[in-house]
Design a protein around this ligand. Structure first.
Ligand code: FMN
Length: 211
């Protein structure tokens, strides 16, 4: 981890699988490839490289004026918070575990409760964050299932909201289980490259949760 790293100059990619070199790592790499081919810059982080402690619901962060989680100096969360605060845009690539996001990602999401309280308490810094977009690719093994991604989409919407980041129309990929299945499917590869190109050109519409 490098706490002095700057996240302002490139779209930030966050790979959220516990499995290295699996399908969502491949999606992250393809997105970077497509985005950079369209003229953009990217940086990639993997959630599995960060140690994040659980939210203990101590509610210290609920006190108006509080700007920090009490766990922040004990783990790597500060770097990920900086990434969300500074990034011009983000791309999240995550597998589905038990119809939701993997625990290594969900643990970090819970820790962002401190930002939810800062917004609720009308912290001027949080209220001044510029509007940004989150591009998203969720990958699951099941070949069908209308509800497969619904919980994750709802969670991501509310997790990103204190950062003034809104979900763009996501890529929802069914039927990929073995680690190389996504990268060896030419149609999916093309779909991710096109999505990245559209992201770079800012032509991906915002996601409507009314669907
Ligand atoms: C703990 C665990 C739980 C999973 N739960 C689901 C699930 O509920 N539905 C599903 O379709 N696939 C499920 N999968 C399969 C993964 O979503 C799938 O293998 C995905 O391609 C993994 O992405 P990765 O290679 O980037 O890790 C699960 C896999 C694991 C390891």
């Amino acid at each position: 981890m490098n706490s002095t790293q700057s996240f302002t100059n490139a779209l930030q990619i966050l790979g959220c699988s516990a499995r290295k070199n699996g399908n969502t790592d491949a999606a992250a790499k393809l997105f970077a490839q497509g985005y950079e081919a369209a003229g953009g810059h990217t940086q990639t982080q993997f959630m599995r490289d960060y140690t994040i402690r659980h939210c203990t619901a101590c509610e210290a962060c609920a006190v108006p004026g509080s700007t920090k989680c009490v766990q922040e100096d004990k783990d790597d969360s500060a770097e990920l918070y900086s990434m969300l605060l500074e990034a011009p845009a983000i791309f999240i690539s995550s597998p589905i575990y038990f119809y939701h996001l993997p625990s290594i990602f969900k643990t970090f999401i819970d820790r962002c409760q401190c930002f939810w309280f800062r917004k609720h308490n009308r912290d001027p810094f949080v209220l001044s964050l510029p509007p940004r977009k989150a591009y998203l690719c969720l990958v699951a093994a099941r070949p069908v299932g209308a509800q497969l991604f619904q919980g994750s989409l709802l969670t991501l919407k509310y997790f990103l909201s204190p950062f003034n980041i809104r979900l763009a129309e996501p890529l929802l990929i069914y039927g990929k289980d073995g680690p190389t299945e996504l990268a060896s499917d030419p149609m999916t590869v093309e779909q991710i490259l096109e999505y990245a190109k559209a992201a770079c050109n800012d032509t991906v519409p915002l996601y409507s949760t009314q669907k």
